[in-house]
Design a protein around this ligand. Structure first.
Ligand SMILES: Cc1cc2nc3c(=O)[nH]c(=O)nc-3n(C[C@H](O)[C@H](O)[C@H](O)COP(=O)(O)OP(=O)(O)OC[C@H]3O[C@@H](n4cnc5c(N)ncnc54)[C@H](O)[C@@H]3O)c2cc1C
Length: 529
């Protein structure tokens, strides 16, 4: 329990309205999606509850965050920041830790239309930012976690592919500078902002720190607190003064699609033709969305209820779907639109594919275009059991993504036959192309039943087997490999990378107060030099 005098000092910083140690409030921070897997892998009961923080504070400015962090250093208290707090990675992992919830910092500070960047605070949501950007014909990379999640969390600290990645790229690369409260309490402004007051570049004027604090996946709250950041924006092709007409309500609302928007589902006979076609489409950088899944995934994406998804699966979708990817074309002009659609037809011809929308196998309603753009299609995966999590997963080439899908299939099938995870014939994958050309993110979404200890354990053991397969087949490091134990199991096979992470941690967080549980501690691995 936090000493009263420390609690009083924290209260002094944020004000009495913005601090709590009420157990009922603290429990809500401990309750997180995916904790059941983490608990199982650590030999505990598969509960959704993780570590309870000792207090939660809601700072309203970078200066308040700084004062909190300095107090933590002084009294040896760990802290963990969250922005919108979706998933187990947002919670504290050790006793004597406080949660810094940044929800009071919710302003869009600037939208620079000419230079295409926005400056945002942590609790700005993807939905909030999109609603403003669309007025200017702009869009940002809104990670696949959905409209209620934080673009700042994604850009500064956490993974970052999305459904629109083929157009909007990957969050880590779209970061154009950040205000960073270091684990010591110093405030650093990273990128050109520090130099010029404008946020046009994420690096410089001297050495880049972006690779240090962000790198491939981010530090998951293990390296201080980001209090604002600038992110890159992209064009969203809609006519000037476009009038949106919306009818109905979720999940069955209708709206008028802007001209020159069209969805395709390009289906190919095998992985080889799929791979070639996927490379070519991504290489042309001409789609708002280019992503692949399984037949079950397709049914789930393009329906609005669980019943409708099951009906579609049994009505023949399963039989007609082979290796497909969804492409959403958006264009500024008729000429651009014609070029893009003709290009896709040429790809179908070249690789002997069909468009499953044209063939009537699935229908993309206007709602599904919106869900693609808003990155809420992924949330459809919760429909079957109210839970899923992904195995494997990494940012690599398209060919690597396909290889992981192939290696995964028999492993997943084994657990399907044990009836502990959802049956998608082992085919469930999600691949999204990003940055044009050859890059893609893959993960293997897997449905399990969070109310069944047997299913949670089954999923956890399946994930463990996938991790081992990743190591033995050199398939890269999944995004959920966090914390000392996981990093140390991958490290010896991957150039001992945790050594370098630990050097960063030791240099920037000498007292180890920024909760290391989802990042790494500075303590060397036993037996390492
Ligand atoms: C259906 C579904 C689909 C998903 N698809 C994707 C996807 O396509 N791509 C993807 O990247 N993820 C995806 N996720 C994973 C993840 O849930 C999201 O990335 C989500 O955005 C993370 O939660 P959040 O935005 O609420 O951030 P938070 O939970 O607030 O934070 C995420 C992490 O960043 C740290 N952090 C947050 N804010 C700060 C800050 N200001 N300073 C320092 N550290 C901070 C936190 O400690 C935590 O470790 C998906 C999740 C779901 C449920």
């Amino acid at each position: 329990m936090l000493e009263d005098k420390i609690y009083a000092a924290l209260k002094n910083i944020v004000g009495p309205e913005n601090i709590s140690r009420d157990p009922a409030i603290l429990e809500t921070y401990a309750y997180q999606w995916c904790n059941e897997v983490d608990n199982t892998l650590k030999g505990r009961e598969p509960s959704r509850f993780g570590q309870r923080p000792e207090a939660v504070v809601l700072p309203g400015s970078a200066e308040e965050v700084q004062a909190i962090v300095r107090l933590c250093n002084e009294h040896d208290i760990k802290f963990k920041a969250l922005s919108t707090g979706q998933g187990a990675w947002a919670g504290v992992t050790v006793p004597r830790a406080i949660q810094i919830d940044l929800r009071r910092m919710n302003r869009i500070l600037e939208i620079n239309v000419q230079n295409r960047y926005a400056v945002i605070e942590p609790y700005v949501t993807n939905a909030q930012l999109q609603a403003e950007l669309v007025k200017h014909g702009l869009i940002h990379n809104a990670q696949g976690g959905g409209p209620q999640t934080s673009p700042l969390a994604s850009h500064t600290s956490f993974v970052g592919p999305s459904f629109t990645s083929s157009h909007t790229g990957f969050s880590g690369r779209n970061l154009l500078g950040a205000e960073w409260v270091l684990p010591t309490g110093d405030i650093v402004r990273v990128g050109s902002f520090n130099y010029s007051g404008e946020w046009f570049s994420g690096d410089g004027p001297a050495f880049s720190l972006r690779g240090v604090f962000r790198g491939g996946y981010g530090a998951y709250g293990g390296l201080g607190v980001f209090t604002q950041c600038a992110i890159r924006l992209f064009s969203l092709p809609i006519p000037k003064d476009w009038k949106w007409e919306i009818k109905g309500t979720v999940p069955d609302y209708e709206w008028n699609l802007p001209p020159y928007w069209k969805m395709f589902v390009l289906n190919f006979a095998d992985w080889d033709t799929f791979t070639e076609a996927f490379y070519e489409v991504n290489d042309q950088d001409m789609s708002m969305m280019a992503m692949a899944s399984s037949a079950e995934g397709l049914a789930t994406m393009f329906t609005n209820t669980r019943e409708a998804a099951l009906e579609a699966i049994f009505a023949g979708l399963l039989v007609k779907t082979q290796r497909y990817f969804v492409v959403m074309v958006t264009a500024h002009t008729e000429r651009e639109f014609d070029y893009r659609t003709k290009f896709l037809q040429a790809i179908l011809k070249k690789y002997g594919g069909q468009d499953l929308i044209e063939e009537g196998v699935v229908t993309a309603q206007p709602m599904h275009y919106a869900e693609g753009l808003r990155n809420s299609l992924g949330n459809h995966a919760f429909r079957f059991t109210s839970c899923f999590q992904s195995t494997h997963g990494g940012l690599d080439t398209i060919a690597m993504s396909v290889k992981i899908g192939i290696v995964n299939q028999p492993i997943k099938q084994k657990y399907i036959e044990k009836h502990v995870i959802g049956d998608d014939r082992g085919e469930g994958i999600w691949i999204t192309g990003y940055e044009g050309g050859h890059m893609a993110h893959l993960e293997v979404p897997t449905v399990y039943d969070p109310s069944s200890p047997e299913s949670c354990r089954g999923y956890a053991y399946y994930q463990d087997e996938c991790n081992k397969a990743d190591i033995s087949n050199a398939l890269g490091i999944p995004f959920f490999i966090v914390g000392d134990a996981f990093h140390d199991s991958y490290g010896p096979n991957v150039m001992d990378y945790p050594r370098w992470l630990r050097k960063i941690k030791a240099a920037f967080d000498p007292k180890g107060v920024s909760d290391p549980g989802h990042y790494v501690s500075s303590k060397p691995r036993e037996g390492s030099t």
